[in-house]
Design a protein around this ligand. Structure first.
Ligand SMILES: NC(=O)C1=CN([C@@H]2O[C@H](COP(=O)(O)OP(=O)(O)OC[C@H]3O[C@@H](n4cnc5c(N)ncnc54)[C@H](O)[C@@H]3O)[C@@H](O)[C@H]2O)C=CC1
Ligand SMILES: O=C([O-])C1=[NH+]CCC1
Length: 313
């Protein structure tokens, strides 16, 4: 038997995954992913196992990145109904392998990776697609992704006003209380969205919570939920009238009800915009529909492992 794999928990992951370091790595990964075989990313569509009895899902997300020489698989579970406030709706573990021989090098907490890399990718899309004078940020949802998106968006941009709406007002109020800056709690999603320049939808909704008629023309929307083909966050009016960007065309068209049900056509992957092969439209309403990609977990896990190794040699 060789050496035991390292076990890296959530606190350590959080310490090493700072957005300023993570964002450039994710930008490169998105470019590599959208460059076909030249990009050296091997990432099949994830396998999802429904656990219908408990309204849950288990996803397996493997990827290899030639440029990072990193091989991982994430195993993620997500449950529609929370059984306890202590157990997060999404839990994950990332396994990091030595690519040259397949040895397992590390077992890494994947929850913090999922929260942070998803928010960082939304920030990348927003930098490209937001209107030139973006003053009002609106967040629909108040869970784990709302937290990580708030963190990176307040770090990377300077909005004059941040609004939050959540199904349960008390949760929105808790979100506002624990936020570092001022957050205005709204009573309805329409109130929160009205006049907003950038909107983030981070809910477990299965029916639309954001309607095109409410959205200020030219706003940019990051749509993070609705990762099942029969789940939606955005209505047909918005999906049909926006310029639609995604992380992966193949995955988004298969996995998200926002696209499957509306049959909206995809304009570009965000990696194509970063590469310069597709334009960033900033004078029309844009949607970045994110479903989450394994290669984002790969580069995040490698950053965590390399930082951990440097301190624990
Ligand atoms: N695109 C990506 O890469 C990723 C997407 N996600 C998705 O992001 C969304 C949020 O995830 P987390 O913050 O981790 O979950 P969470 O469970 O921490 O928070 C969920 C939020 O959605 C709200 N919510 C639940 N049902 C709702 C409904 N029917 N209508 C309106 N609001 C509702 C809850 O009140 C809560 O504020 C989920 O849909 C999740 O699957 C999660 C990880 C990665
Ligand atoms: O990319 C990801 O890890 C997920 N996307 C939706 C649920 C989990």
């Amino acid at each position: 038997m060789g050496e035991q794999p390292a076990f890296i928990g959530a606190k350590v992951v959080d310490k090493y995954l700072d957005f300023a370091t993570l964002i450039p790595l994710l930008e490169k990964a998105l470019i590599h992913f959208s460059s076909g075989s030249e990009g050296g990313v091997v990432q099949p569509i994830r396998t999802i196992v429904p656990v219908a009895k408990y309204s849950g899902f288990l996803g397996v997300m493997p990827a290899y990145s030639k440029w990072d020489d990193a091989l991982t698989t994430k195993v993620v579970t997500f449950y529609e109904k929370k059984t306890s406030s202590e157990i997060p709706s999404h839990q994950a573990t990332v396994l990091l392998f030595e690519p040259s021989n397949g040895t397992l090098k590390a077992v890494i907490d994947g929850r913090v990776i999922t929260d942070k890399r998803t928010a960082a990718v939304s920030a990348i899309a927003t930098k490209l697609l937001k209107p030139s004078h973006a003053e009002i940020l609106c967040i629909l949802g108040s869970g784990a992704q709302a937290q990580s998106h708030y963190q990176v968006f307040t770090q990377q941009f300077s909005f004059k006003e941040v609004r939050v709406w959540s199904r349960t007002r008390e949760k929105a109020e808790r979100f506002a209380r624990t936020a570092e800056g001022e957050v205005h709690v709204c009573s309805t999603p329409q109130e929160a969205v009205s006049g907003a320049d950038v909107i983030i939808t981070v809910t477990m909704a299965t029916e639309p919570v954001l309607f095109g008629d409410w959205v200020k023309p030219g706003a940019h929307i990051n749509a993070i939920g609705a990762c099942r083909p029969d789940w939606r966050e955005l209505d047909d009016v918005l999906m049909e009238s926006c310029v639609l960007y995604v992380d992966s065309k193949e995955a988004a068209a298969k996995e998200s009800g926002d696209i499957v049900i509306s049959k909206a056509s995809i304009f570009a992957e965000i990696g194509e915009v970063l590469k310069g092969t597709k334009p960033a439209v900033t004078d029309k309403t844009t949607v970045f529909k994110s479903v989450g990609m394994a290669v984002e977990d790969t580069v995040s896990a490698k950053l965590v492992y390399d930082s951990w190794l440097a301190e624990n040699k």
